[in-house]
Each structure stands twice: as C-alpha cells, then as structure tokens.
Design a protein around this ligand. Structure first.
Ligand code: FPP
Length: 269
C-alpha cells in the first residue's frame, strides 16, 4: 500500500499495516550495558555504535525510509569531560570510517542539531558526508547531535520571524514546519526508546506529536533486528486516529487526507 508523504504527516493517515516510513530512536542504556559487564561506561558507547550499524542494515532490509537516532543531546554536555571527549572522538572516527559504507549502500546521511559547539574537523566531515550522500534514496539516516526539541522549535521560530515579520501574530503550522531541522523527512511514525526509561527527553518535540511510542527495557547495545521487529509488530497493532473516531477510520481509506480545521491544518487530537 502506498502512503502520501507531505511535510507534515499529520496531513495524511498513513497505513499502519505497512512498515513505518520513519523510525526515531533514543538509544539509551550504553552505560548500564557496560556496568553490568564491569567495563567502563565508554565501552558501552563503542558497543552502541555496533548496534547503530546493525540498525541501519535492518532498516534497509525492511525498506524503512527514514531512521533518526538521538546520538547526543544538548544536555549531554553535562556528562564527565572524559565521556564527552570519548563520544566526540567516536563520532569523528565513525564519520571517517562509515560514510563510504553508507554511500555504497545508497544511504543519505543527515546530521541535525546545533553544530556550532563541535570541533570544526567534525563539522567539516559532517558536511562532506552529507554532500557525498545527498542523492541517495534507499534510507535517510539522521543523526541528532547537540540536538534539543526546544532548540529546534525556537530556531525555526526565529528563522520564520526573520523571513516573514509581516505575518507575526498569524503564523500557522505550515509556515513553521519548513524551518524545523527535520523538514526533509515525514514525521516519525514510530518512536522507540531503549533502556527502560519512558520519556522523550527533549527529543523531537514537535515531530513526535502523532507518533506511536514503543518503550523497551532492552539496553541499546543489545537492541537488534529482532527487537526492531517486536517494535514494528507493536506499531502495526495500533490504530492511528489523528483526532478521529474508530468508526470514522473504518469508513475511510487508509491514506485519505486528515480533516482540516478552519485554518487548513489539523487543530488537535
Ligand atoms: C545513552 O546511553 C547514549 C548516548 C548518550 C550516546 C549514544 C551514542 C552511541 C550509541 C554511539 C555513537 C553513535 C554514533 C551515531 C556515532 P547512556 O550513556 O545514557 O546509558 P545509561 O543510561 O545506561 O547511563
């Protein structure tokens, strides 16, 4: 079954029988994975990178179009300096080692977040990697780095206010969404958080408004294709109503446009 993709997935009712178009993941539990094995926390991050590789493969195999990973939040700078330094080096090495492989598999790489705080070498590698893979269409892998959902909404709001000061006071959703960091992707259909916590920790606050949530106790380094399949199976049992009743959904096509409110956009659920 085909789904129409628009800038905001709240504009369509995607077919839940399909694999999700877009899976977004908070990769939590690296430190606890290492601690359980009497290893330093950072060993959990190295193992976590292996799980990232496995997840990219699994998404390609399942024809998932977008995989978005929360690699480093704006709050993660508060961690011990050695751990932050390790994560930065891991990111640098991953970019050096993986971009060629991503490109060979037709994966498009995107990195979103406030990159102004990163080492210029990392920023240069990010921009090179994004440019090299920009025409790839099998999977879009987005790494959220120094990302925060509130930061994203604010930077989009500021861009919009600068671009259209004359419309202040009457901005609508469709004015704002092109300025959000992930405007190139449909909103996530499925949000997964590993590691047992059940919160979204300032991840994609705007974009997760209508996503289905799946929380698992599995620690990120142990999250594999089987665990992804369990999350997808759970997603496929959900009924995405976008404010409608079950009865309304039964009477309509799975991809019909969502009802619009007076301003041409869905108001709330
Ligand atoms: C959360 O686990 C994980 C992170 C803050 C970093 C995620 C990084 C990776 C998975 C590896 C690098 C990835 C890329 C894309 C280069 P935690 O440390 O909070 O674990 P804990 O809750 O058990 O302490």
């Amino acid at each position: 079954m085909t789904s129409r993709i628009t800038a905001s997935s709240t504009q369509v009712i995607p077919a839940t029988g399909d694999v999700p178009r877009h899976v977004a993941i908070i990769m939590d539990g690296n430190g606890r994975w290492a601690k359980k094995r009497f290893m330093p926390r950072v060993a959990g991050h190295s193992k976590g990178l292996e799980a990232v590789r496995a997840m990219v493969r699994a998404c390609i195999e399942r024809k998932i179009g977008y995989l978005t990973l929360f690699a480093f939040s704006s709050e993660n700078w508060r961690r011990p300096v050695e751990e932050v330094t390790f994560l930065m080096n891991l990111f640098l090495k991953a970019l050096q080692a993986e971009v060629g492989k991503l490109h060979a598999n037709a994966v498009r790489l995107k990195v979103v977040g406030d990159l102004s705080a990163f080492d210029p070498r990392i920023v240069a590698l990010i921009r090179e990697g994004e440019a090299r893979t920009s025409n790839n269409g099998v999977l879009t892998l987005t790494i959220c780095a120094n990302y925060g959902g509130r930061w994203d909404i604010l930077q989009a709001m500021n861009q919009l206010a600068l671009a259209h000061p004359e419309k202040a006071g009457v901005y609508g959703e469709s004015d704002l969404t092109p300025h959000l960091a992930m405007s190139f992707a449909p909103e996530p259909d499925l949000f997964i958080r590993t590691g047992g916590e059940e919160r979204i920790s300032n991840f994609l606050l705007w974009q997760l408004a209508y996503s289905e949530f799946h929380f698992t106790d599995i620690l990120w380094p142990d999250f594999d294709a089987t665990a992804l399949d369990a999350a997808i199976a759970s997603y496929q049992t959900r009924e995405r109503r976008f404010g409608r009743t079950s009865e309304q959904l039964l009477g309509e096509s799975a991809v019909s446009p969502a009802p619009t409110c007076g301003f041409g956009e869905l108001k709330n659920s």
